[in-house]
Write a protein that binds this ligand. Structure first.
Ligand code: MG
Length: 368
């Protein structure tokens, strides 16, 4: 069933464990991720919209589940390791702080004041390697090499000279296709989902979308002919599922074609190839870029979301500075950690792990 260039087996775990009688290594990793505390907290972390808007908009957890669902479909068609892909999809956003991208920016800015920085992939690695405490024999989840490698390499390259601590992840090699896929699936999932939530939130109108998103306009014409009497939201849904289906089909076909053109016959060929091979065709990629640009201009940067983003940024930077000045007000466990690591890093880890409601509570308690 597996393609010759798929990941077949794991290189192993940091702490060797006996094999399980009826789950393979990647299925166990998937299950460990689902049972982690950090995974459960995704439910109360903002993706784009806070709870104030609606209970049925995406949060980080439901976004993650959508990425996992789409990734499984694509991986199966390409003959990739579906269990590994599912584990990678479920863990891909686990390192995100509260308040979505505004929170990420604020945390990074706060860290840069102290000569450090925040990166959600590196933070995700710290969560699964160190912060999750479930097992008596070791800290962390003891995930396979491939899942840890994918956490680091799914969305960007890290220069080996700049990140000596990541040497074990073979930074000069491309990640397996299972990991390359995740970044694309993530893009396709949120580009369609954010149009959906943005439309339901009345932040963008059908006219605006038809004007700014050509692939939408194209399918909208088709859907209106097919279902002229249908409610606008149902027409909208029909368009959206056609876009997702088109992009997913394109990603499968184009990746397959790239792999064939490159003559990849083994996993090793994927890793030593000069570039990443998963991706959309030029046409679909230009549609995706137009859609993303539309979302930035009309949704992510829209004035009505601004006050909430500013609130989030202020809460993070005020709490960060408060604990820098008064480390004695941190929970005891974090105070102890600051003996071994820079205080700013400890505060950053604490804040990054928080849900939106929890950080609001902390703000009320310390700064309110
Ligand atoms: Mg994501």
């Amino acid at each position: 069933m597996l393609a010759p260039f798929a990941v077949e087996h794991s290189r192993g775990r940091r702490y060797p464990e006996p094999t399980h009688p009826y789950r393979n290594d990647f299925q166990r990793d998937r299950d460990r991720i689902i049972h982690s505390r950090a995974f459960r907290r995704l439910e109360a972390k903002t993706q784009v919209f806070t709870r104030r808007y609606s209970d049925h908009f995406r949060n980080r957890l439901t976004h993650t589940l959508e990425v996992a669902q789409i990734s499984r479909t694509i991986a199966a068609q390409l003959g990739l390791n579906v269990d590994l892909v599912e584990a990678l999809a479920l863990v891909h956003d686990i390192g995100h702080p509260p308040f979505g991208h505004a929170g990420e920016r604020a945390l990074d800015n706060a860290m840069r004041q102290h000569g450090l920085f925040f990166d959600h992939n590196l933070h995700a690695l710290r969560i699964v390697e160190d912060f999750e405490l479930r097992y008596a024999a070791f800290r962390g989840l003891n995930l396979t090499f491939e899942v840890r490698e994918g956490i680091i390499k799914h969305s960007r390259d890290y220069a080996p000279a700049q990140f000596p601590e990541l040497t074990e992840y073979l930074l000069d090699q491309r990640p397996p296709l299972e990991a390359q896929l995740i970044d694309w699936t993530d893009e396709l999932a949120y580009s369609t989902a954010d149009l959906d939530d943005g439309y339901e939130a009345h932040l963008v109108t059908l006219e605006q979308i038809n004007e700014g998103v050509p692939v939408f306009a194209r399918f909208f014409g088709e859907v209106r002919k097919l279902y002229p009497g249908a409610a606008p939201k149902l027409q909208f849904n029909e368009v959206l599922r056609r876009i997702l289906d088109r992009w997913v089909g394109d990603l499968i076909r184009n990746t397959q074609a790239q792999v064939e053109a490159a003559g990849l016959a083994a996993l090793d060929d994927v890793q030593t190839y000069s570039r990443r091979l998963a991706g959309l065709s030029a046409d679909a990629e230009s549609e995706r870029r137009q859609t993303k640009q539309f979302l930035y201009q009309n949704l992510y940067n829209c004035p009505s979301l601004e006050p909430e983003k500013e609130d989030g940024e202020r809460i993070i930077s005020d709490l960060f500075e408060l604990w820098m000045k008064h480390p004695e007000r941190l929970p005891t466990g974090y105070q102890e950690k600051a003996d071994a690591e820079p205080l700013a890093r400890v505060i950053c880890d604490y804040i990054a792990g928080m849900t939106d409601p929890y950080i609001y509570e902390q703000y009320e308690k310390h700064c309110g």
